[in-house]
Write a new protein. Structure first.
Length: 353
């Protein structure tokens, strides 16, 4: 359309003797230089536009008012040149941004590949180390149980961190398999899975079964030993519309983080409850808590890997958990008080009907 309009303007300029500044009509023609792959196309269009302005001034015959004719045509040529330089500058910025985008995409792809390769290379020896430490713990002297247990707990945490880093790089490519799921059963299995780590760290796991928060689970505290004896709550009590695998990964992260920051002989509290629209899971530690300035950044993607956040309490686990919760339509919130502890609440959409 722009080329047709420019051609029509040139034909009109040839058929009429006047002093009109026809070059203004050719300016959109210069703007199309942004759309061409080659930069030199811009200058070809500029030269063609100037040539059309000059030809139109003398054909079929020059206008008798030569001063006005020349001044308008010179202004037209200057406007064309100014537009060309502006378009050239915009094109330079456009090309620079495109190059930066390509470099960023390449760096992101390389990062994902490197993390995936590192994860594959490290998973096998870590699994072997954890298994060997488990065998050593079965027949070790009492004085060696503590150090070996800490080694196994650290290996499990390192394995989970690797999985979280890889998961963060791939989360944008994954889609949740949402289905009606009993989250209570997932939570019991997650607690059972982390019980060994808690024992290795000397930490007590306890369900808060207070009737005001969790009437479905009774009125007494459920310790780790009770959990082991009753691994299957009643089906359908805490049903949510979620991806079971993603939910389990969130729960594993919350429990591992809470155990890691809780000093020996203290307790990690786990609560499950529900509102008319959500199933809520609270995981609270009794560690040192988070200062206010760190609490604000605890779920910030851009802050998670900064130096101030390289602490055991927060990091890729919380960020990964929040991203997974949001993908499923839920949320992850953090409440912390210094010297008291931190409570992370996972909210999942309840399956109703």
């Amino acid at each position: 359309m722009i080329y047709v309009a420019a051609s029509a303007a040139f034909v009109a300029d040839l058929l009429r003797t006047n002093t009109l500044a026809y070059g203004i009509i050719y300016i959109p023609l210069i703007g199309t230089g942004l759309l061409h792959r080659q930069k030199r196309t811009l200058w070809v269009l500029t030269a063609v536009s100037i040539f059309l302005v000059i030809i139109g001034a003398f054909f079929p015959t020059p206008d008798p008012d030569l001063p006005n004719l020349f001044s308008n045509r010179i202004l037209s040529i200057l406007a064309i040149l100014a537009t060309a330089f502006l378009v050239f500058h915009a094109r330079t910025i456009q090309d620079r941004l495109a190059a930066e985008t390509r470099r960023a995409e390449t760096a992101e792809r390389l990062r994902t590949e490197i993390l995936s390769n590192i994860g594959r290379e490290m998973r096998t020896p870590l699994h072997t180390t954890i298994a060997m430490l488990g065998l050593l713990l079965t027949n070790c002297p009492p004085e060696q149980r503590g150090p070996l247990g800490k080694m196994r707990a650290g290996s499990q945490q390192l394995l989970l961190t690797l999985d979280n880093l890889i998961g963060l790089t791939q989360i944008d490519e994954s889609s949740p398999d949402l289905q009606r799921t009993d989250v209570g059963i997932l939570l019991r299995k997650a607690v059972a899975n982390t019980r060994i780590m808690a024992e290795d760290s000397g930490v007590r796991l306890e369900f808060n079964r207070d009737s005001a928060r969790n009437a479905q689970w009774g009125s007494q505290a459920d310790t780790a030993e009770d959990t082991q004896a009753d691994d299957q709550p009643r089906a359908g009590v805490f049903e949510a519309f979620v991806d079971p695998h993603m939910t389990r990964r969130i729960l594993d992260n919350l429990l591992f983080n809470a155990i890691q920051v809780t000093p020996a002989s203290r307790t990690v509290y786990v609560t499950i409850r529900q509102t008319p629209g959500d199933v809520l899971i609270d995981v609270g530690d009794t560690g040192d808590g988070l200062p206010p300035h760190l609490l604000e950044d605890s779920l910030d993607d851009t802050a998670v890997m900064t130096e101030t956040l390289l602490t055991p309490t927060i990091g890729v686990g919380l960020t990964f958990g929040r991203r997974l919760a949001e993908v499923m339509g839920g949320s992850l919130t953090v409440l912390s008080e210094p010297d008291i502890g931190t409570t992370v609440t996972l909210s999942l959409p309840r399956a109703i009907g």
